[in-house]
Design a protein around this ligand. Sequence first.
Ligand code: BES
Ligand code: MN
Ligand code: ZN
Length: 500
Amino acid sequence: MEYQIKSGQPEKQRHACIVVGIYDSRKMSRSAELLDAASNGYISAIVRRGDIEGKFNQSLILHNVPGLLSDRILLIGCGKEREIDEIQYRKIIRKATECLNDIGAMEAASYLTELPIKGRNLAWKVQEAVISSEQTLYRFDQLKSQKETDRRPLRKLILMANNRGELTQGEIALEKGIAISAGMSLTKDLGNMPANICTPEYLAKQAQVLAKSFSAMTCKILEEEHMRELGMGALLSVTAGSQSKAKLIQLEYKGSDKKKKPIVLVGKGITFDTGGNSLKPPAGMIGMKFDMCGGATVLGVLKAAALLKLPLNIVGIVPACENMPGSTATRPDDIVTSMSGKTIEILNTDAEGRLILADALTYAERFEPDAVIDIATLTGACVVALGYEASGLMSNHNPLANELLNASQIAFDRTWQLPLWDSYHDVLKSNFADMANVGNMSAPAAGTIVAGCFLSKFTKKYHWAHLDIAGVACQWSGDKKGASGRPVPLLVQFLLNRSE
Ligand code: BES
Ligand code: MN
Ligand code: ZN
């Protein structure tokens, strides 16, 4: 969709539709009042009559309002004026976008950017309006033979600034919103694609396609032979049961001086997680096509960074493979040697994410990174701990963790820090190898942290943070099943902060 920033009074606009808010109970927003005055009380009369009270999720479309130049006025119920928070704002935008897409106006000017949200300025509201509208209109219908087509889809949304002085910040926010949305949509497309199509090879191909579209981006794919030479025994142990060949995707975005140390993003790219020989039960296996959402996030973030031409060097690494059972697959009790030289006793082949990440994180050392952030749908325990609200954040460097917490607050893409205290490491002790890949399976405790502790053994040489996105990357089941595009907003905000 096309977006634009404009300023000006609503009664002076000539558009297919003007969108304004009504607060609970029957209270007009500033723009609604201006429209009301110009139409000689037409709108307030309708509101007084009770056709719309301003409760959230209400909407009312008015045609040919006297005294106005626009064809339609869309009133959106916003709930209590003082209670509009970030979540409510997103829902209001979603509702408005759905209505606009339905009524066939095709083009509209929205004054919802004037709604008051504590601590958020116009730039934030513009950026969020773009992201929420794009996510509302997002569909994954590549694999449907009958596509639902909108009769007259919304093509252009004009977001209104209060005055001319706000236009510049509005335009910058628009660009950010568009770039973040584009990144999120890529992440969602890759996540939603099923594992029979979205194989490691497919992911590698998509990374190459992405790199081709930006002159500042290059892509290199490492094959299994190369991984073997590098000694990536942990990664290779995960792909051992699969017919598909593992790929290590390496994307490089150069937006800054060669000498500037890069930020390395490492994303878990398990294209399907059956659990391997420690097979998952059927219900727990559904949705495991989403186990590459960390990798998809890396691609999405790099796309957004390249669109925004961020003055940073960023490396994206995605170890991509499939976790399958079978006679060639790794067995519980097997011991493998990781690229770091450390040996790992694999007690559960379903704890595969940390194995591929261990080698990818060791590989990251060669970029002499300024910071490394890995993103992974790593543990079901993270869903238990934080639900679908926040990703789990763990780090070996508190300033880096704080940067991510700060970015998460700004982007309202929430994350919550968990500790990696020494005592949590104890359960990973092995009688036969340097470490085990899981703690005590019959009495699991702090599963997300234990997984973080495992990864931390491979990240001693740099500043590192880990995002467990098992709860936020997608809805794993139900009718809203699908990838969310998170935490692209968080990571792009982190990079934006680093660019300043
Ligand atoms: N991909 C899963 C984690 C997961 C589970 C994400 C459910 C989202 C929803 C991961 O590979 C896994 O299987 N983890 C195990 C670890 C356990 C064996 C220590 C888990 O969470 O059960
Ligand atoms: Mn698993
Ligand atoms: Zn997994």
